[in-house]
Structures are given as structure tokens and as C-alpha cells.
Ligand binder design. Structure first.
Ligand SMILES: Cc1cc2nc3c(=O)[nH]c(=O)nc-3n(C[C@H](O)[C@H](O)[C@H](O)COP(=O)(O)OP(=O)(O)OC[C@H]3O[C@@H](n4cnc5c(N)ncnc54)[C@H](O)[C@@H]3O)c2cc1C
Length: 192
């Protein structure tokens, strides 16, 4: 009997989820590894379960895409084609020179003290992008947060960074952040 190939996807954001679903649909056994507690990544960051959010979609755009990815993940998890490892922070990928197989090494737990290794025939990195913040005068003052930070507070914690906000900077992220804050009840005094 031929064993199914094993793919490890690092990152359960939209890109990693799309890759995992595509591979699983073609008979590959996928291990989806993510540092976060829930799938979704930056774009589809989900509120903490304990918050009991009743309308998380109100804070998102393109929710139907998330529903498709979420449903696909649940279906493949049920059939065993995808194993989803949450709270696994990957710090190293190493290749066995003899077998050619990969070892994906992760740390888990609140203190990141437990180690875990996933074996794979191939590894796909979908670890996303990060917000790069250039310091400016006043950037450490209370009430000053990054655009991504404000959005993470809102989507992940259902918290507004303030009742009135000036959203300033460059790049397209400002637009979903400004509309997200407004939709959640903040007054966006200016988008600069
Ligand atoms: C703060 C922030 C907010 C954003 N908000 C928007 C938005 O509202 N709209 C928009 O169109 N775009 C937004 N973007 C741009 C965004 O990056 C992309 O739209 C989209 O999320 C990219 O999808 P992705 O799957 O490539 O990566 P991501 O969504 O970033 O997913 C990457 C995943 O990889 C995981 N990961 C990273 N490193 C490791 C590791 N070492 N071990 C284990 N897991 C790891 C992360 O936990 C995450 O779940 C945002 C970006 C940032 C940084």
C-alpha cells in the first residue's frame, strides 16, 4: 500500500488554509500548524471563544470566503485529511539528510516550553506579513496604537482603542481599520 504524502502547512491564515484545502482535496495528508488558538490569520482574526461574540462577521469583509475556508477545514478535519495544530509556534524546519524528510519544530504552551515536532515530505510556509512600524514623535504615548494593533484589539478582543480616533499613516490597511472602528461605534475624526 502506498502511503499518502504528508504536507505541513505553517500558517492558518487565508493563504495557508487555501493551500491546505487544495492539497487535502487531492489526497495529501496535511498538518496545518499555527501559533494562534484559532485559524484565520490576520485577515480573518477571530474573537477569543470565551468572549462569546454573536456577530463576528460585523467586523469583517469578505466573510463568505472565510465561511468557505472554515467549512472546508472542518470537513477535512473530520475525515482526518487535515490535522490542525493550534498554539504551535514554529521556530525551525530541518531536513533529514538521509531520508529527505522534514522535521518542523514548534514550541507550545503559555510559556512556550513544550516542544513538538511534525514530520513531513514537504513544507509550505504561509506565515503572512507583519506590520512594520517606523517610530515617530509621540508613538509611545498612551492611546497611540498601530493600525494593525487597533484592528487586532477589535477583531480579537472586541475592544475599541478609544471612542474617537484619528487613523493616520500609509497603505491600504488604513481603510479597513477606519471602517472597522466606525462600524464598532468609534467616531473616526480623520483618516490621514
Ligand atoms: C495586523 C495586520 C492586519 C491586517 N488586516 C487586513 C485587513 O483587514 N484586510 C486585508 O485585506 N489585509 C489585511 N492585512 C494584510 C494581511 O496580511 C493579508 O490580507 C492576509 O491576512 C494575508 O494572509 P496570509 O494567509 O498570507 O497571512 P496571515 O493572515 O498573516 O496568516 C499567517 C498565519 O501564520 C501564522 N504564523 C506566522 N508565523 C508563524 C510561526 N512561526 N509558527 C506558526 N504560525 C505562524 C500566524 O499566526 C497567522 O495565523 C493585515 C496585515 C496585518 C499585519
Amino acid at each position: 500500500m502506498t502511503e499518502r504524502p504528508r504536507l505541513t502547512v505553517v500558517g492558518a491564515g487565508p493563504a495557508g488554509l487555501a493551500a491546505a484545502l487544495a492539497a487535502a482535496a487531492r489526497g495529501v495528508h496535511v498538518t496545518l500548524v499555527d501559533a494562534a488558538d484559532q485559524a484565520g490569520g490576520q485577515f480573518y482574526r477571530q474573537p477569543a471563544t470565551a468572549l462569546g461574540a454573536t456577530r463576528p462577521q460585523a467586523l469583517h469583509h469578505q466573510w463568505h470566503t472565510w465561511e468557505r475556508l472554515r467549512t472546508g477545514l472542518a470537513r477535512h478535519r473530520e475525515t482526518g485529511r487535515i490535522t490542525h495544530l493550534t498554539d504551535h509556534h514554529v521556530w525551525c524546519v530541518a531536513r533529514d539528510p538521509l531520508t529527505g524528510a522534514f522535521g518542523v519544530h514548534a514550541l507550545r504552551g503559555a510559556a512556550r516550553e513544550e516542544s513538538a515536532t511534525v514530520r513531513a515530505d514537504a513544507v509550505l510556509l504561509a506565515t503572512g506579513g507583519y506590520e512594520r512600524v517606523l517610530p515617530f514623535p509621540g508613538w509611545t504615548l498612551p492611546g497611540v496604537v498601530t493600525a494593525g494593533g487597533a484592528q487586532a484589539m477589535l477583531k480579537g478582543g472586541l475592544v475599541l482603542p478609544g471612542r474617537t480616533a484619528v487613523v493616520a499613516g500609509s497603505g491600504p490597511l488604513l481603510l479597513p481599520v477606519a471602517t472597522g472602528l466606525a462600524a464598532a461605534g468609534a467616531r473616526v475624526a480623520a483618516l490621514v
